[in-house]
Design a protein around this ligand. Structure first.
Ligand SMILES: [Zn+2]
Length: 150
């Protein structure tokens, strides 16, 4: 009687790709916005009925509920409204950015955007600081708008 032949070692399955918590779900309605960022244009929503801007862009105006809305390129100029310096985050890719600045910027078009501030000494951050947009590639398909001191 012979000992049973051990089963060959199973080939380990490749590790699943880590979830990316920083990537958007791009759908039909939001694709033009993301295509704009990829092309270096920060678009904001504009209502043709009441004339007000809105952000994030959506298929209706949050001021008057009109569906007569379109995208318009923003100037990319604004001021820092508020911020938080993030020193701890265990999630990829954020842990590779530490410390980073999560911020809200008021664009000159009158909308407030959530973003990151880059290229700024943390001690120099100040409410009302003029900032301007630049575009960072996140993946080959997705870019984001970040801001740095103007
Ligand atoms: Zn409106």
């Amino acid at each position: 009687m012979t000992a049973p032949t051990p089963a060959p070692a199973a080939t380990p399955a490749p590790a699943p790709a880590a979830a990316r918590f920083d990537l958007p779900t791009i759908e039909g309605e939001s694709r033009p916005f993301w295509d704009g960022l990829k092309a270096g244009v920060l678009n904001i929503g504009h209502c043709n009925a009441c004339g007000k801007a809105h952000y994030y862009p959506r298929p209706f105006c949050p001021h008057c509920w009109s569906e007569d809305v379109t995208l318009k390129p923003a100037s990319g100029k604004g001021v820092l409204y508020t911020w938080s310096v993030i020193h701890m985050n265990d999630q990829a890719p954020f842990k590779d950015w530490l410390p980073y600045v999560a911020a809200m910027v008021d664009l000159e078009e009158g909308v407030r955007v959530s973003t990151n501030i880059v290229g700024c000494d943390l001690a120099a951050l100040a409410v009302g600081m003029p900032v301007s947009a630049e575009f960072t590639e996140v993946t080959p398909e997705i870019s984001k708008a970040v801001f740095r001191p103007a």
